[in-house]
Design a protein around this ligand. Structure first.
Ligand code: ADP
Length: 563
């Protein structure tokens, strides 16, 4: 197995088992053995040969063609092996509910998972509190408690905290919520406004939109939809937050509406979940599937099947820190298989990220993965039974027996892509040369494909590398052929529309959602941000996050920030 120095450092800091003195007691090879062997234990429940699957899982992950989400790598084989990355917890309008969820969230965070919460049930600021005769402090004030708690817990835990805070667009405190990141860092939160279809209609008609007190269900006041939207745009332009989730679009593809409505996603937005639901993610590294200038679909099919089984097995051997989550996750058995290394794969194929061929291929690949993972889940259903909440589900109505309510999600793969040494998720390259600090060590990363091509095509030189180090892109470099410049366009050289098109192409065949940041140059105007949000809605995306270069941003999930 060949790891980059950066991957070795990440593994050593976060993933390898350690003794009491904090020294690693395993090497990366043993880590993969531990993970494969632990997950394969689930096969015994179904009277299958666990050794056979252990070997198959091991071959798949040790070749870096597939990696499960971080908690699975960190915790497999430990006494309380919590393997899921994504959770959503409910918050009802009572002190009891708020603090029960705070406790549950603390346990989840401690286990390496990230949690989303929708704070919309909480009565607005200034509303009456009958039991004390006082006034309510509102959702935003409670978010601050969750943020503070995450600060304290992460100091002892495995990595920095990640939470998603959601508020519905019709909550009376919506303006305060939208503005919060301009005022306070809330550094353990990404925030999103849950936008409804009726809000978008009001916006398009330039109408008024009612804000409703969730306690009394009464309309508190009416405001211009555009005033709310402009506030979202202003804050997102300035800080990157809030993102937007299109909650009605999300619920239209809820596979288990008989179990509940979805009102939040996990911290990075790729996983809409019911209250108390969890999901285990895993990503195939597409940079490993290019053979003779084509995607090796045969091998991909084989691996999708194994990876789907791996993720289904993982549910059975996960230790859940919260009993309600165990019940819900084992009821729906949601898993999220996705991809990473997309930008690498395109470079290997010689297709620019913003070429229409790339969009067509994105659809083709994701349709393929989706169909094959659904097929694998159906085969598992034959072997092990359908997911317990199947009756009454959308799958039952379609007459398709499934082991898992969902099978596909595209994650950011922030850390596992470093381990696999591939580009993250479906993102284009951000820079072709950059430095990254991990604890005390600074790593310089120069795009490996570019170096290879530069050497082959004869434009490699010390001067070339120095220019690349300074700029991070190929712009203005006369010695580089135009074709290569097009192939290596970085995130800010790709238009926002092209970013959104790519997200939409993947979303089309993804059960859950797609993690994607729409990177914008510093000079992007607020009108552009407004246009982008509207386009995202019209394209049928489940959510959107922008990041304008140079804007202040509180939360970034980077391993280098972890301490
Ligand atoms: P990884 O590469 O470490 O597996 P991703 O970057 O793909 O993780 O993120 C997937 C999900 O994992 C996130 O949406 C979030 O739910 C969870 N997650 C990521 N980073 C953290 C963190 N620092 N703390 C808690 N949960 C996290």
């Amino acid at each position: 197995m060949i790891f980059t120095d950066r991957a070795k450092t990440v593994l050593e800091i976060r993933y390898l088992l350690k003794n009491e003195k904090g020294e690693p007691i395993e090497n990366p090879e043993q880590l993969f053995q531990r993970v494969s062997s632990y997950i394969a234990q689930a096969e015994k429940i179904y009277k299958k040969n666990s050794f056979e699957w252990e070997e198959k899982f091991h071959e798949l992950i040790s070749s870096l063609r597939f990696l499960p989400n971080s908690p699975a790598l960190m915790n497999a084989g430990k006494p309380k092996a919590q393997l899921a990355a994504c959770f959503v917890l409910p918050i009802e309008d009572s002190i009891e509910s708020i603090f029960k969820t705070l406790k549950d969230a603390a346990l989840i965070l401690q286990s390496g998972g990230g949690t989303g919460f929708n704070f919309s049930s909480l009565r607005p600021k200034g509303d009456v509190v009958r039991s004390t005769g006082g006034v309510a402090s509102g959702p935003v004030s409670f978010m601050k408690i969750f943020d503070k708690a995450s600060d304290i817990i992460k100091q002892g835990g495995a990595r920095r905290g990640a939470n998603m805070g959601v508020l519905r667009v019709d909550h009376p405190d919506i303006f305060e919520f939208i503005r919060i990141k301009r005022i306070e860092s809330l550094s353990n939160f990404n925030i999103s406004v849950a936008v409804t279809d009726s809000f978008m209609e009001a916006l398009f008609k330039n109408d008024y939109f009612p804000l409703i007190n969730p306690r009394t269900k009464e309309v508190v006041r009416k405001v211009k939809a555009k005033d709310i939207f402009d506030e979202i745009v202003e804050s997102a332009w300035e800080t990157g937050d809030p993102g937007v989730i299109f909650i009605d679009t999300i619920n239209r593809s809820n596979p288990t509406p008989h179990i509940g409505q979805i009102d939040s996603t996990n911290p990075c937005g790729e996983q809409p979940l019911l209250p108390y639901e969890a999901c285990i993610l895993g990503s195939l590294n597409l940079s490993k599937y290019v053979k003779e200038g084509k995607i090796d679909f045969e091998r991909l099919e084989h691996d999708v099947k194994t990876a789907t089984r791996f993720l289904d097995d993982a549910i059975d051997v996960t230790h859940y820190p919260v009993p309600e989550v165990e019940k819900m996750h084992k009821g729906n058995r949601k898993i999220g298989l996705g991809i990473m290394g997309w930008a690498d794969c395109l470079v290997e194929l010689g297709i620019p990220y913003n070429h229409k061929k790339a969009l067509a291929l994105a659809e083709q690949v994701m349709q393929f993965i989706s169909e094959k993972s659904h097929k694998a889940s159906q085969e598992l259903a034959q072997e092990r039974g359908v997911f317990p909440n199947f009756k009454g589900s959308v799958w039952e109505k379609k007459g398709i027996p499934m082991r898992n309510a969902t099978t596909t999600t595209i994650a950011p793969t922030g850390t596992i892509s470093i381990i696999a040494d591939c580009s993250s998720g479906i993102e284009p390259y951000f820079l072709l040369a950059y430095k990254q600090r991990i604890l005390d060590t600074e790593f310089e990363i120069i795009n490996k494909y570019l170096i290879e091509i530069a050497q082959k095509q004869g434009f490699y030189s010390e001067d070339f590398i120095n220019q690349l180090r300074q700029k991070g892109t190929l712009r203005g470099m006369k010695e580089v052929p135009l074709r290569i410049k097009r192939l290596f366009k970085t995130a800010l050289e790709i238009t926002p529309e092209e970013h959104i098109q790519m997200q939409a192409s993947f979303q089309k065949y993804t059960d859950n959602a797609v993690s994607k940041t729409i990177n914008l140059s510093q000079r992007t105007r607020k009108e552009d941000v407004a246009r982008i949000f509207i386009l995202a809605y019209k394209k049928g995306l489940k959510g959107i996050t922008i990041f304008r270069y140079g804007s202040k941003r509180g939360t970034l999930l980077k391993i280098s920030d972890a301490h």
